[in-house]
Ligand binder design. Structure first.
Ligand code: SAM
Length: 482
């Protein structure tokens, strides 16, 4: 029988079923253990360290106790701590991105996804390079600088060469003042060689959702196709890192299995990456199962309500304080607003989940992956963020300056974020306001930039950032970064 070992390269050792079940029993037994929960909150709280700030994080077992906590006053403290950690590391900046669906051809049989091979009803589409170009121009005209490309798994229709060619096309398009400066990739698990090719193509984060960490369920939810192989899928991030990709993004699809099991599995996966590769995941996504073409989420038994969802986000924030967290337009405005406070650092905006959707006047439904709950335009999302006192950021500087993997984490820990991420966020927001914003959004944005420039601690950086913002307003000079 497999034994729990975070250093092992074998899926059943680092996502060990017995360890997860013991963790859940332990957490349930301590759900009202006030001294233990208080001590965990104390351990996880941010501490000043030199110029910076340090958070110890929590293990999967400790964090599972917080997730199980049934004491209302302590639950309030959990939410409060998550807010503090979010502000300590990520401040009030929120990075924006959009998904770009390249192809929905797929040979897998995932029972929750409308792209599954037996679905003869959904329109199958694969973008040509000319169509990729049109989509990217439409995205640039919205103001996007960062994309996540998405594709079904089909070695014949969507081979790696197609993905690479599409990435090259995306980076090559310079339309007006626009540019896509970071392409993240969400495609099926693959080989070390293909991950190396993605790395060489200049991708940002490689994202792959585990869907569920429960192997038995996984095998039932993925009955056919290459994705059926649980171990190959679960070990994908190790191969990606072996292929040189420093930044990887984890996630589970909440609603498929019991959320406490998934939560423990997710954190064990993060601990495994840290133990083996010396750096944890760059991001964690928290998608929830949604209605889609021939998919009815009510057919799955493990849906979670909004309060539980918020608590999961808060507990992830506390457990892995340096990991970015992503929420998509699967969630509506109210859920996203609450999630931002509790730990989310990246959101998508103005998304279309159909293949070729951005180039259409009206949002098409025929090839959609899931129903979009937040249907606001990017401009509306940007304005909304600023009205809630967040700074919308289109920054892509870190990976372009080589600050990936543990180098990014060091920046997080060094206290230099206000001298680096903050001015970068403000300069990219200024670009957005000049080039793409509606007058109503610009009216909210400029005073915010003015005010936030004053928060940059280093005098020289502050005055340089102010000069660059003035330059952006007065000329076509773009892409300043620290
Ligand atoms: N084909 C790739 C793979 O196998 O990982 C990845 C891309 S898929 C386009 C992106 C993600 O959408 C999936 O990993 C899954 O978690 C999510 N997804 C699939 N069906 C969904 C649904 N009905 N509601 C919400 N999210 C869904």
């Amino acid at each position: 029988m497999a034994k729990y070992d975070p250093r092992s390269r074998s899926a059943e050792d680092f996502i060990n079923d017995e360890e997860i079940r013991e963790t859940l029993d332990y957490a349930a037994a301590h759900a009202r253990d006030v001294p233990l929960i208080e001590s965990l909150l104390e351990k996880a709280r941010p501490r000043l360290l030199g110029n910076g700030c340090h958070c110890a994080g929590l293990t999967h077992r400790e964090a599972s106790v917080l997730l199980a906590c049934e004491v209302p006053e302590l639950n309030e403290k959990i939410f409060q701590l998550a807010r503090e950690i979010k502000l300590a590391y990520y401040g009030n900046r929120i990075v924006l991105f959009a998904p770009l669906y390249l192809s929905n051809y797929c040979v897998n049989g995932c029972t929750y996804c409308p792209y599954h091979a037996r679905n003869k009803h959904i329109a199958r589409k694969k973008l040509t390079q000319e169509e990729v170009r049109r989509e990217v121009i439409a995205l640039q005209d919205m103001g996007h600088k960062r994309l996540a490309i998405e594709a079904g798994e089909d070695p014949r229709m969507n081979p790696i060469e197609y993905i690479l060619e599409s990435i090259q096309t995306i980076y090559s398009i310079k339309h007006k003042n626009g540019a896509i400066r970071r392409v993240n990739v969400n495609i099926a698990a693959t080989t070390v060689e293909e991950y190396r090719m993605l790395k060489d193509a200049g991708i940002g984060t490689y994202i792959l959702f585990q869907e569920t960490y429960d192997k038995k369920s996984y095998l039932e939810l993925h009955p056919t196709g290459p994705k059926h192989d649980y171990d190959y899928h679960t070990e994908a991030m190790d191969r990606a890192m072996d292929g040189g990709i420093d930044d990887v993004g984890l996630g589970v699809l909440f609603g498929l299995e019991k959320y406490r099991y998934e939560f423990a599995g997710l954190l064990m996966h993060a601990e495994h990456l840290e133990a083996v590769h010396g750096v944890g995941p760059h991001t964690i996504s928290v998608p929830r199962l949604k209605r889609a073409d021939d998919i009815d989420p009510d057919q799955f038994d493990n849906g979670i309500d909004d309060d539980t969802f918020a608590k999961i986000i808060a507990c992830i924030r506390i457990a892995v304080p340096y990991t970015g967290m992503i929420i998509s337009t699967r969630e509506n405005e109210a859920v996203r607003g609450r999630a931002l406070e509790l730990g989310i650092s990246q959101i998508s905006g103005g998304s279309r989940t159909s293949v070729g959707g951005y180039d259409e006047e009206v949002r098409p439904h025929d090839s959609e992956q899931f129903d979009v709950s937040d249907q606001r335009s990017l401009d509306e999302v940007v304005r909304w963020l600023m009205q809630l006192d967040h700074i919308p950021s289109f920054c892509t500087a870190c990976y372009r300056e080589g600050r990936t993997g543990d180098r990014f984490m060091s920046l997080c820990k060094s206290g230099q974020i206000l001298n680096c991420c903050h001015p970068n966020a403000l300069m990219t927001l200024a670009e957005y306001l000049v080039d793409y914003a509606s007058p109503a959004t610009a009216e909210v944005g400029w005073p915010l930039i003015e005010r936030e420039l004053g928060r940059i601690p280093n005098e020289r950086t502050r005055s340089l950032a102010a000069e660059h913002v003035a330059d952006i307003r007065a000329s076509n000079r773009r892409d300043f970064r620290f």
